[in-house]
Design a protein around this ligand. Sequence first.
Ligand code: ADP
Ligand code: NI
Length: 200
Amino acid sequence: MTTEEILNFVHDLIYQQFSGEGTGHDYFHIERVVKTAVRIAKEEKADFFLVELAAWLHDVGDHKLNGGIDKSEEQITAILKQVNTPSETIAKVIDIVSQVSFSKGKVAESLEAKIVQDADRLDAIGAIGIARAFAFGGSKLREIHNPEKPAETSVKHFYDKLLKLKDKMNTNTGRAIAEQRHQYLENFLQRFYKEWNGED
Ligand code: ADP
Ligand code: NI
């Protein structure tokens, strides 16, 4: 199998498996992460075959989508074996994916993991990040905002996570992209509170 054949196979499988998912981990989230990750990989001179492959697979077997149990290693291996991917490539992809997840609190060590993590985090900020936060919150039946009981609202998530991501970027390219997207979050919140208070 050529690298192109592996990527095509994985793309088609991810398209089938993740299309129409409603909590913000849908196919198009993954497609955006791939685009951004490849862009960063080119700037940072990383192995972009590995970066692209890991980006396509970064949400496979995730505990959030599998009833709390992490099945990424098992599911990624099963997928990549179907296209006769060399076992050292499979091991590298699993290693990258295991370092990526924010919610697992992992620190990315390899350059490829740093890049996929940056791309995944960039999709949680900016205009898209805002849309995803409210989609995710809604899927958990959370309120948009509640100044009396802010504990579990989607707006609270901005303070818990989204506004902190800019300072957690791993690569210079990621940091530069995060700057604008972060500013957009700040502007959004400013307007949100204005409108909340009945101002223009
Ligand atoms: P990852 O898949 O990188 O581990 P998460 O599952 O934590 O990340 O986040 C996926 C998306 O859901 C992100 O856009 C994130 O902002 C959003 N999200 C996660 N937790 C919450 C929450 N409590 N409220 C609103 N949005 C959330
Ligand atoms: Ni993701």
